[in-house]
Structure formats: C-alpha cells, structure tokens
Write a protein that binds this ligand. Structure first.
Ligand SMILES: [Cu+2]
Length: 153
C-alpha cells in the first residue's frame, strides 16, 4: 500500500506543475490590525515557470513600507524578525509564508485592516512579471498561530 502512494504522489505534483507556466500566488491573507500599526501577510508562491526565480520585494498602498521578513527563534530563545532582501523560489517548487516563518511585513498601516476587508499587494520578482493580488483581511483567532500576546508575525 505504501509503495502505491510513493509512486502516485510525484505524478500528481508533476501534473499540476505542467498546466501553467507562471508564478502563482495563492491562499493569501493578512492579519487584522489598526491604522498606524503593523501587520503581516501570508501566502503560498508556486513557481511553475520551469526556472528559478526570486521574490525581491512587495508593495502596497495600504502601508508606509512593505518588507520581506522571516521570523526565527534566536539563540536566546526569543523570536526575532530578520529582513530578507530576496526569497528563492525554485522551479517547480512552492514557498509557504506562514506565522512564525516567512511573511510580508506591513509597517505603518494607512488604514484599519478589519476582518472581511480586502487590500491589494504587488509582488516583485527578479525574473518574472510583477503580480498584483487581492489579499483578504482575517482575524488572528480565525487563522490561529497566535503567540501568548495574540500576535506572532
Ligand atoms: Cu516582520
């Protein structure tokens, strides 16, 4: 039984990767937060182009600045956010941005982000075209992944 699954799975992944020849951004959401505060957006980037590419930045009218960050537990056991200038997305692979890991940081929100709202974010790639997506605002409680203080970027 195990053998069947092992041989099946790569076939499924291959099929879904062949249908398109672009980078797809899916399952995006951004954490609800008040104006002037910070927030973080999460998504999955799927590279169907057949060549490696890199996410080199993001932008949005909804914040003063938008940065690529990665949360990591430091040697002292404290969660830190490390700025990333580029994030590699290998051909045929996908990269998941999620609480406690990679995220798109929104610094200085220009508006309240309330659950049910939608904002626009543009992703910039080294080789490919920019991708603009609509990102739904969700409550932390709805998505889970909150730390003790209710916030984990
Ligand atoms: Cu951050």
């Amino acid at each position: 039984m195990n053998k069947i699954w092992v041989s099946f799975l790569p076939g499924i992944i291959l099929l879904s990767a062949c249908g398109n020849s672009e980078i797809i951004a899916r399952d995006s959401w951004i954490r609800a937060a008040p104006e002037d505060g910070n927030s973080a957006a999460y998504l999955i980037l799927q590279n169907n182009t057949g060549a490696d590419d890199e996410l080199v930045g993001a932008s949005s009218d909804s914040a003063q600045a938008v940065e690529l960050h990665e949360s990591k537990i430091g040697d002292d056991g404290v969660m830190q956010m490390i700025p990333r200038s580029t994030i590699l997305i290998r051909a045929g692979e996908e990269v998941e941005f999620e609480p406690g890991g990679l995220h798109v940081m929104f610094v200085g929100l220009k508006q309240n982000l309330d659950a049910g709202d939608e904002i626009t974010m543009t992703l910039h790639f080294k080789n490919g075209k920019d991708i603009s997506i609509n990102v739904p605002v969700k409550d932390t409680a709805e998505k889970g992944g909150a730390g003790m203080d209710g916030y984990m970027p």
